[in-house]
Design a protein around this ligand. Structure first.
Ligand code: AMP
Length: 232
């Protein structure tokens, strides 16, 4: 099962990918996380990408595609994978199509106003990457409870320190939303045209959203007669 999560920053790609990755026991590959690891480890790639990431711009396709190809060629990806944050440009999607088939694309939708609030309230465990949210959204039909840690500033899973990402501030999130509109949104039509895309409106807590996403995957799979194992 090869799946892509498409959606603007703060829409929940990381949270849902991680839960569905545990459900299906296939790797969750976030190009953002891979890049952040390069920054943390001060690798050669880390030096090349720092300015792009800190300013909310995309890392050049050549670097991104090479890194992604290396990752999905690894053994743990043989049964499938979930891509979170890749592809983000048409050339990336075209390169991906040359090396693998994709079964389903989940396109997450949420208003920019809420996305900015959510991204600025995101906290991430610097050891295991678990994601938390310090705000509750209750706006019309959108009811998303906060995802607060049990102990302030500490990860529930591994007790690591919770941090705010450098690019999760209002100015950079606005820049990232602009980048999404100009460079990533064209992928919606790209995947819609080949019938793989399912639109999902983000509205509820992660548990309810994950069950809606799994249901959407199931209906697409039935439509295209994909063989997918739904058992845990
Ligand atoms: P994310 O964690 O997905 O929000 O990504 C954080 C940042 O990493 C983005 O704002 C980009 O600078 C960079 N990045 C992640 N994925 C890609 C990609 N597929 N193409 C280019 N840049 C990326």
């Amino acid at each position: 099962m090869k799946k892509i999560f498409l959606g603007p920053p703060g829409s929940g790609k990381g949270t849902y990918s991680s839960r569905i990755s545990s459900f299906w026991k296939i790797p969750h590959i976030s190009t953002g996380d891979l890049f952040r690891a390069h920054l943390k480890n001060q690798t050669e790639i880390g030096k090349q990408i720092k300015e792009f990431m800190n300013s909310g711009n995309l890392v050049p396709d050549t670097i991104t595609i090479e890194m992604l190809k290396n990752r999905i060629s690894q053994n743990d990806c043989k049964k499938g994978f979930i891509l979170d944050g890749f592809p983000r440009t048409i050339p990336q999607a075209e390169e991906l199509a040359k090396i693998t088939d994709i079964d389903v694309v989940i396109n997450l939708n949420l208003s920019n106003e809420i996305l900015i609030k959510k991204a600025c309230a995101r906290r991430v465990c610097q050891d295991c990457g678990d994601i938390y949210s310090t705000i509750e959204i209750n706006q019309g039909e959108i009811k998303m409870p906060g995802m607060f840690p049990k102990e302030e500033g500490k990860c529930d899973k591994c007790h690591g320190e919770l941090m705010q990402r450098k690019d999760d501030n209002e100015a950079t999130v606005k820049e990232r939303l602009e980048t999404f509109k100009n460079q990533t949104a064209p992928l919606i039509d790209f995947y819609k045209n080949n019938g793989l895309l399912k639109d999902i409106q983000v509205k509820y807590n992660p548990t309810k959203m994950v069950s809606e996403i799994l249901q959407a995957i199931k209906s697409l799979a039935e439509k295209y007669e994909l063989s997918i194992d739904y058992e845990k």
